[in-house]
Design a protein around this ligand. Structure first.
Ligand code: SGN
Ligand code: CA
Length: 542
């Protein structure tokens, strides 16, 4: 991962952290200022498009500021790279097989189980959930919740406000932020510390920008990833998927080429095309309809996409020129959507500053998983390959940490199961022994002694959309080993130092016996530690 000059390494700063710095928990226990928590999570925001991590695509100054005034985790990962599962890991602090929500398609989150929001509430916090929820059952353990239906919609979304459905006019990222700020201002019990989960729908597919951002980056040409034309040689499991920009990204649905003349067709996926045509059509005059634009909104939309559609038809591209056009079109919209997220993160920051809350609030910025920006030719996520296994994580700590951890990199391996334990420690509450994640508060204080050296991953959603096979695996500093199972039986091993793009599967190749044996043992140890029942299934281990 690219290093940014202004970020010092943790090692060089550890020595500067004075032992007298009170922990968040001590602050609470001494009945001084308790710390608030704002956890901002996007949906599908790649670290590649956070400029604190990668400068190639766009600038995200407001998001970056959280890390510049706090820390940037350079090894932040998820346990199961998919929305619902990731949210369940966050709220329970447990891997998917323990919290029961293994995949989006068949999961219903059991809200009667132990959750971090309920434990925080028991510890005297007031808790709120705003934005994308995606766990099917109604939220539990929050004093306030106002969530999007399902995946949510970019335009005129429906929110469920503590049980009551409302179509809210406007653009989703702005509305989600408005609701969160309104709760901070007027909704919460100000006698208590708060924990606010602010979950954006953006930048989930189909990457629909805010109207005011439609013409942003028009002249930018994004660099094509080196692995865009990956041939998946030696990686059968990487070949078997339906998340390729070249073959699966839909011209109408994903790339908005819904021409009024109905001449652009995508025979390989007429269902998605129809969905796109439905979405990119105005509502009737005076109608406010979820997922569709009003006529006024559509006019602005069409002023941008209309000429692009016209040119697209005229150019009749094919082959690589078409594939690269698709990539550019995808990246333009994705980056525009991120720009609006960044602006709204700035609004939250400004609110906290104006209300003196920066001094006693921890701010976390992250995503429910990583995302492909054309690497391996992909969009979407799911794989244990780096781009979707990793997720951005920036944390700004208030006063007591202020001068010591500004612009610092932390390279300890953290995973989304770690937030629950961290928040509880911040609250000064005990961490129940069945929580599998670990509090990274001590990393935030500069202590990384005996921190974990390996990570466990398990993805389940197959057969399903995008056709990524089920797999589990282990990752250490230098190696990633994964096993794809169910209707295939493929192992992949990558030497991350020499092959960071993961193009060469060296599993079973001469010379790798020793490291393979070591990683197999570690995988087994982690499956035992986390008590994953997959370990006792026949044929899943050689
Ligand atoms: C939707 C998308 C998929 C995406 C899943 C899961 N299709 O089904 O492309 O992988 O969500 O995403 S769409 O046609 O509805 O856009 S997740 O982030 O919510 O897990
Ligand atoms: Ca997601």
């Amino acid at each position: 991962m690219k290093d940014i000059g202004k970020f010092a390494t943790l090692a060089s700063l550890t020595a500067l952290v004075p032992t007298s710095c009170k922990t968040a928990a001590q602050i609470v226990n001494e009945e001084e200022k308790p710390l608030n928590i704002i956890y901002i999570m996007c949906d599908d925001h790649s670290y590649q498009t956070v400029s604190a991590y990668d400068n190639r695509f766009l600038q995200t100054p407001n998001i970056d500021r959280i890390g510049a005034e706090g820390v940037r985790f350079t090894n932040s990962f998820v346990a199961n790279s998919l929305s619902g599962p990731s949210r369940a890991c966050l709220l329970t602090g447990k891997h998917s097989h323990k919290n029961g929500f293994t995949n989006n398609e068949h999961g219903i989150f059991d809200g009667s189980q132990q959750t971090v929001q309920q434990l925080l509430r028991d510890a005297g916090y007031t808790t709120a959930m705003v934005g994308k929820w995606h766990l099917v059952s109604e939220p539990t353990g929050f004093d306030y919740w106002n969530i999007l239906t399902g995946q949510g919609n970019y335009y005129n979304p429906t929110f469920i406000d503590n049980g009551e459905k409302k179509v809210v006019p406007g653009y989703c990222t702005n509305i989600t932020t408005d609701i969160a700020l309104e709760w901070l201002e007027n909704g919460r019990d100000k006698t208590k510390p708060f924990c606010l989960f602010l979950h954006h729908k953006a930048p989930h597919r189909t990457w629909m920008p805010d109207l005011c951002d439609l013409d942003l980056y028009n002249d930018v040409e994004y660099p094509l990833p080196d692995t865009f034309y990956d041939d998946y040689e030696s990686r059968e499991a990487a070949r078997l998927q339906e998340l390729s920009i070249i073959k699966d990204m839909n011209l109408v649905y994903d790339l908005k080429m819904a021409d009024a003349e109905n001449e652009i067709h995508t025979p390989e996926n007429p269902g998605l095309e129809a969905a796109g045509r439905g979405m990119y059509t105005p509502s009737a005059e005076g109608e406010l309809r979820t997922g569709r634009m009003t006529p006024e909104q559509f006019d602005k939309w069409n002023a941008h996409y209309g000429p692009i559609i016209e040119k697209f038809k005229k150019d009749s591209l094919s082959g690589n020129a078409l594939y690269e056009w698709k990539y550019q079109q995808y990246m333009h919209d994705y980056c525009r959507v991120i720009h609006s997220v960044d602006r709204n993160v700035g609004r939250v920051y400004d609110y906290l500053k104006e209300h003196g809350l920066l001094e006693n609030t921890i701010i976390i910025y992250t995503s429910d998983q990583g995302f492909y920006m054309g690497e391996h030719g992909y969009f979407d996520k799911r794989y244990m390959y780096e781009e979707s296994f990793r997720t951005p994580l920036l944390v700004r700590m208030p006063d007591c940490f202020k001068t010591k951890m500004r612009g610092v990199d932390i390279d300890g391996f953290v995973q989304n199961i770690d937030h629950a334990a961290t928040f509880l420690e911040v609250a000064g509450a005990p961490v129940p022994s069945d929580i599998q994640g670990e509090s990274y508060l001590r990393l935030l204080k500069g202590n990384d002694r005996n921190w974990r050296k390996s990570l466990y991953y398990h993805y389940y959603e197959y057969p399903a959309e995008h056709c990524v096979r089920r797999h589990y695996g282990v990752r250490t500093e230098g190696w990633s080993l994964m096993h794809f199972y169910n209707d295939i039986d493929e192992w992949e091993l990558f030497d991350l130092k020499n092959d960071p793009s993961q193009l060469h599967n060296v599993y079973g190749k001469p010379g790798y016996e020793k490291i393979t044996g070591k990683l197999m043992k570690e995988l087994e140890r982690l499956q035992d530690k986390y008590d994953d029942p997959i370990k006792s299934l026949n044929g899943t281990r050689p």
